[in-house]
Structure formats: C-alpha cells, structure tokens
Design a protein around this ligand. Structure first.
Ligand code: PGA
Length: 257
C-alpha cells in the first residue's frame, strides 16, 4: 500500500453466493465487528438481485455495495443483461469487469472487457478491471506480455482524466479459489508491471494514483503480508469475504496506520 498517493480498497467478490436474507444476516454480523475503517475503503460486490438488499443492510456503515458485472451495451434488446445506467441509478459506484470467471465461462474477451469498462465509465461508475494469467501462461514465461496486453486493451480509449475512476485487480487464475496464493513478491511484481504499463500510457502522475489490487486466495492469514507490498493497494477477495470474521481481519490488516 502507498496511501500517500492512492486509496486502499478492500473489495469482496461474493460471486453467486448468498440470498437476500443471508446478505442481511452477514451485514448484521459484520457490523458488530467492523472497525472504523479510516484508512481503507470497504466494498462488497454482490449478485445484481441482492444489491438493494445489501444497500439496505449496510446503510449507515462505511461498506459500499458494488456489482460483479455490467453489460457492454447501453440499452435495448439484450435479454437478461443489466446496464451501467441501471447500476448507477441504484446508487452503485463500483463494478467488477473482466473477472476471470466471466472471461472463461461467458467469453468476455479483452475487447469486450474494454467495452464494459468504457460503458461503466460513461455512466459514471468505477470499473474494477481484472487481469491475470493462467498457470500454463505463467509456466511458459509470458505473464508480463499477457498482462501488458490485457491492461492496454482494457484501457483503450479511456481518457486520462477518467483514470482516477479506474481500479485494476491482478488476479492470477491459478490462485483463484484454489487456496494457492501468489507470494507477496509475485503479487507485487505484477502489480508493479501494471503500474509501468499505465505510466507508459498516461504518465507518472496518473500511474502513481491508480489503485491496483491483488486477488486470488487472499485471506485472513496472508492479507497482511500481501498488503505490506508497496504496489498492492488492496484486495479483491472471494471466499474469505463471505465470512465476517475473515473479512474483518483483512480490513484490519489494511487499516493499520
Ligand atoms: P478467491 O476469489 O479469493 O476465492 O480466490 C478471488 C476472486 O475471484 O475475485
């Protein structure tokens, strides 16, 4: 983390978990243990249908409620899709874009991820753009090239003045939901590379101010070490964000003065 230049963000990604009533129960429990998160922003991204319930449950707390996906289209005949304007109208600020599960199961390509990021920015939302390599790609030694390409494509046509709304999350696919975390050094190395790409595209000032998260089996045990890295500005947390005690420990790790 480097709070001098950029904000720290602890973001839960609930994926397809918890009903509306389970969301309320989670919030009630979390509220009893939540620190006054002075030094980091806290967000939970929940399934579309549970956004209003989550907003109600987290009202009067510092926990923001975000979405896990957004349509690349503005409106129209796209059955089952949800637009950026609809999310904005609900009071949502952050939306995850290009999560590896979306890329893998719904064929969200780099180009589609770019369209979704642009749609989100256009509507006034803050996209959390996910990038990350597979195990095969890491073993082939092409992580850097792949990440460069994903970041550059995702940011195509994003103007410099909108970069303060953009968060990037580095999530190595081999670490997601596997219990196998990148080492703190591996996480920092790729996050640093992402910052270098942003510097080449937008200059040093913008690069310094962009929040870059790490995600992939971040939990209550390893968060402190990961967050101690200078280029790891927070976490995108799946499994551990579903458990109030674990999420609280992670927030506390990010919240140290
Ligand atoms: P995980 O998921 O923390 O369960 O590995 C992270 C993510 O997919 O965002």
């Amino acid at each position: 983390m480097n709070r001098r230049y950029r904000k720290t963000l602890i973001a839960g990604n609930w994926k397809m978990n918890k009903t509306a009533s389970e969301t309320k129960a989670f919030a009630d429990e979390l509220k009893t243990m939540l620190p006054k998160a002075k030094w980091c922003d806290v967000l939970v991204c929940v399934p579309y249908v549970n956004i209003p319930a989550a907003q109600k449950a987290f009202k009067d707390t510092r926990v923001m409620v975000g979405a896990e996906n957004v349509s690349e289209y503005e409106k129209g005949a796209y059955t089952g899709e949800v637009s950026a304007a609809m999310l904005k109208d609900l009071g949502v600020k952050y939306v995850i874009v290009g999560h590896s599960e979306r890329r893998q199961y719904w064929n969200d390509t780099d180009v589609i991820v770019n369209k979704k990021a642009l749609a989100a920015i256009e509507a006034g939302l803050y996209p959390i753009i996910c990038v990350g390599e597979s195990l095969e790609q890491r073993e082939l030694g092409i992580t850097k090239e792949l990440i460069d390409l994903q970041v550059k494509t995702a940011l195509a046509n994003v103007p410099a003045d909108k970069m303060r709304h953009v968060v990037i999350a580095y999530e190595p696919i081999w670490a997601i939901g596997t219990g196998r975390t990148a080492t703190a050094e591996q996480a920092n190395e790729v996050n640093q590379e992402i910052r270098t790409v942003i510097r080449k595209l937008y200059g040093a000032r913008v690069a310094r101010s962009v929040t870059i998260l790490y995600g992939g089996s971040m939990n209550d045990q390893n968060a402190e070490e990961l967050l101690a890295q200078p280029d790891v500005d927070g976490g995108l947390i799946g499994g551990a964000s579903l458990v109030p005690t674990k999420l609280t420990t992670i927030i506390n790790a990010a919240n140290q003065e």
